[in-house]
Write a protein that binds this ligand. Structure first.
Ligand SMILES: [Zn+2]
Ligand SMILES: [Zn+2]
Length: 349
């Protein structure tokens, strides 16, 4: 089968022919019909993210159909439509036992991070990682769910978003769109900050009460303070995390505000502790998500309460075009790779 493979930091990805995997006991094989292109892959390509595993098939946002099952599999069968949970924890440690598999230190697999992922025709996963996908959600609309919606559910839980909060989503991309919708569902008022008018317009369509264009606003933190009558934001989700945005983020927080890191860049976070102390600021972070959160995300999308956004669908061999468009900030929504569909669409927004 064809697969797009990572060969270590700063080496280009390669489209290669590799043996198709066969499902072992308790595993299923999925025919991949849609795989999301994420900033994570750019971080692998640049070397910012280096987990020491290579070669490796990229991609952790995966939807498709089960085409084979290994011995002992009972809950799913060939032909089932599924979306994949990308962590497989050890199942034994304190984090796995309390359902925080994303923090397991002895992961058995992490698709597209530590084990082969979705930029390929097939992938094998443990049976429990294949979550049923309702018929009304297309594979293309499903592929962004593991990051865009599920990571947003996890981050809004970490942030403790409550009714009446003001939540800032700093960076409007796939996870940002999920966060805007999630924070609204939890009863918050939401401010989106971005630099592209098209993305900010979409943020409004998805429910942002206010948007701030960072490219045109001299003092973004002051703009947030003004909109909140001087009080500041209860929660800031940091999806950009450059020195400039991190400075803004700390300045726009209300007392006892929660700053939640989700994105990262090459830049460091630096702040004088007194600024945290006098405001009782909480600085925290959110990584990935839990299996139950993926199930909740699928339910919310199936019920039409949360939308995912697809920018365009490309055949697998045009993966680099998708990554380049993402790096150039040209995409609004997700670029999706379709490993079994040679004929593809142009931008469809
Ligand atoms: Zn992702
Ligand atoms: Zn574990």
């Amino acid at each position: 089968m064809r697969a797009v493979r990572y060969h270590g930091p700063r080496a280009p990805f390669q489209l290669e022919d590799v043996p198709a995997p066969e499902p072992g006991p308790g595993e299923v094989r999925v025919r991949i019909l849609a795989a999301g292109v994420c900033h994570t892959e750019l971080h692998f390509q640049s070397g910012l993210l280096d987990l020491g595993v290579a070669p490796l098939t990229m991609g952790h946002e995966i939807a498709g159909e089960i085409d084979r099952v290994g011995p002992g599999v009972r809950s799913v069968r060939p032909g089932d439509r599924v979306i994949l949970y990308y962590y497989a924890g050890c199942g034994q440690c304190e984090w796995c036992r309390r359902g925080d598999e994303n923090l397991c230190g002895r992961l058995k697999a992490e698709l597209g991070f530590l084990s082969d992922g979705g930029y390929a025709e097939h992938v094998c996963v443990p049976e429990r990682n294949a979550v049923p996908l309702p018929a009304q959600v297309s594979f293309e609309d499903a592929a962004p769910i593991p990051c865009g919606v599920t990571t947003a559910i996890h981050a809004s839980r970490i942030a403790g978003v409550r009714e009446g909060d003001v939540a800032v989503v700093y960076g409007v991309g796939a996870v940002g769109y999920g966060l805007i919708q999630l924070a609204r569902l939890r009863g918050a008022r939401v401010i989106g900050i971005g630099r592209s008018p098209a993305k900010l317009e979409l943020a409004r369509t998805l429910g942002a009460d206010h948007v701030v264009n960072g490219a045109e606003t001299a003092d973004v933190a002051a703009a947030v303070r003004d909109w909140t009558g001087g009080r500041g934001a209860d929660v800031v989700f940091e999806l950009v995390a450059t020195e400039a945005t991190m400075t803004d983020s700390t300045r726009m927080l209300a007392r006892r505000g929660r700053l939640v890191f989700i994105g990262y860049s090459e830049d460091r976070f630096s702040i004088h502790p007194i600024q945290l102390v006098v405001n009782e600021t909480v600085v925290t972070a959110s990584v990935g998500n839990a299996l139950g959160e993926l199930e909740e995300a699928v339910r919310l999308v199936g019920e039409g309460k949360v939308r995912t956004l697809v920018d365009r669908v490309l055949p697998l061999e045009r993966w680099q075009e998708g990554l380049d468009a993402l790096a150039q900030r040209e995409v609004v929504g997700r670029v999706i790779l379709a490993p079994h569909a040679p004929n593809t669409s142009e931008p469809r927004r």
